[in-house]
Design a protein around this ligand. Structure first.
Ligand SMILES: Cc1ncc(COP(=O)(O)O)c(C=O)c1O
Length: 381
């Protein structure tokens, strides 16, 4: 089926663009000698896990369900990090995961023996307290009072109370970036070395988290490779990265249709999609998603506000302008819709979930999944 023939609303994963990203990541792995994991929180479309598994070392999870999905559908290295684990989940996780990362010394001490008995490699997430992102405070794990990762002073205190705290711990993990370039990683690494280098000397691996926008056009891949090689040599450790966005960046679309046009000083297009339901990051972050064949608000003669058919007044996707008049029945295509979209969507207002298609490299769009009333009803009681 051609892209122009898929029903709306639909997400379309672009296999060719996915492969393009994976090739960049493969180069990093080969030239830096590191391992890259898919952070499933950004993209969990397991129909392409066999493809992703051809390039990457494995998966990382935010909890039990993602860990199970990674094991079932990719079956390579399987890591997990969560701010805390429930006991029942840990019983399962030690069977599913080869690496388990803890967020606090208390969690580490609670589950250390269980992990060691199961032969799981243990990691501890540290907080370098080095903020490098200005715009998005809710995505900054280094903000003041952050619950994410053990600070140096808390770690020192814990070791003072119990010198065996790090016994059995194989790796350190940090995650501080969000859509950032390797200059910010370089800044962070300097702080990590200064604060945690003494502990890293005794570890066998370090995980530098996600947020590395490696597949973005302007990303300095050579600098990333240099940083990784330096850390590997200095501390004699294996290096992991676990990006989510970089894997499927710009590798998906959301196809929608114009249902109505409301003219109240501003022309608003009512679409059969929703920021709140189908692209929640647009409201959460917030940001204005790229839209094919559209321009900034004041650039072209035909100006529209793009909105949704939910009841939420603020369910507004953004203001755009076009070369041509938009009519009811026209189809519009949002870009960069593979990441943090399908994993976060919902059926608020009983709005249907978009179908999922995979566009093969020859342009053919294959239906992966269609959703219906039962998917809405089954989440409720
Ligand atoms: C611990 C951890 N690892 C990896 C990621 C993936 O980050 P991104 O999708 O920005 O690359 C996140 C995102 O929040 C995270 O919290």
């Amino acid at each position: 089926m051609l892209l122009s023939q898929v029903e709306t609303p639909s997400y379309i994963i672009d296999e060719g663009k996915l492969i393009k990203n994976l090739k960049v990541l493969e180069r990093v792995q080969q030239e830096a000698g590191c391992k890259i994991l898919l952070a499933q929180k950004a993209f969990s479309n397991f129909c392409v896990y066999p493809l992703i598994g051809q390039y990457l070392a494995g998966t990382t999870a935010s909890g039990l369900y993602e860990a199970r999905l990674g094991k079932e559908e990719m079956g390579k290295e399987n890591h997990v990090f969560a701010p805390a684990y429930k006991e029942a989940d840990m019983d399962e996780l030690v069977k599913l995961c080869d690496h388990i990362i803890f967020n606090s010394v208390a969690q580490l001490m609670k589950y250390k023996d269980k992990c060691l008995k199961a032969g799981v490699s243990i990691g501890l997430r540290v907080n370098p307290e080095c903020s490098t992102q200005g715009d998005h405070a809710i995505y900054d794990p280094c903000s003041k009072g952050s619950r994410l990762g053990v600070t140096l002073s808390n770690l020192q205190q814990a070791i003072e109370n119990n010198p065996d705290v790090l016994k059995g711990v194989d790796g350190l993990h940090f995650h501080t970036l969000c859509e950032q370039n390797s200059d910010d990683l370089e800044t962070t690494i300097e702080v990590v070395k200064e604060k945690f280098g003494q502990y890293l000397n005794k570890m066998s691996w370090i995980n530098m988290g996600g947020g590395h926008h490696i597949s973005r056009e302007d990303y300095d891949v050579n600098r990333l490779i240099r940083i990784i090689k330096d850390v590997k040599e200095t501390y004699d450790v294996d290096v992991y990265l676990e990006p989510g966005e970089a894997i499927a960046l710009n590798a998906g679309y959301l196809m929608t249709e114009v249902l109505d046009i409301v003219d109240n000083e501003i022309k608003t297009l009512i679409l059969d999609t929703s920021a709140a339901c189908h692209m929640p990051d647009v409201l959460e972050m917030p940001y204005r998603p790229p839209l094919m064949n559209s321009y900034e608000w004041d650039k072209k003669p035909y100006k529209y506000r793009l909105s949704s058919y939910t009841c939420l007044a603020g369910d507004i996707i953004g203001d755009y302008s076009f070369n041509r008049e938009i009519k009811v029945g026209d189809r519009l295509v949002f870009e960069d819709m593979a990441i943090y979209s399908m994993v976060k969507n919902n059926t608020f207002n009983g709005i249907p979930l978009p179908s999922i298609y995979l566009q093969k490299q020859d342009g053919d769009c294959q239906l992966i999944k269609k959703f219906g009333y039962e998917d809405f009803k089954n989440r409720l009681s």
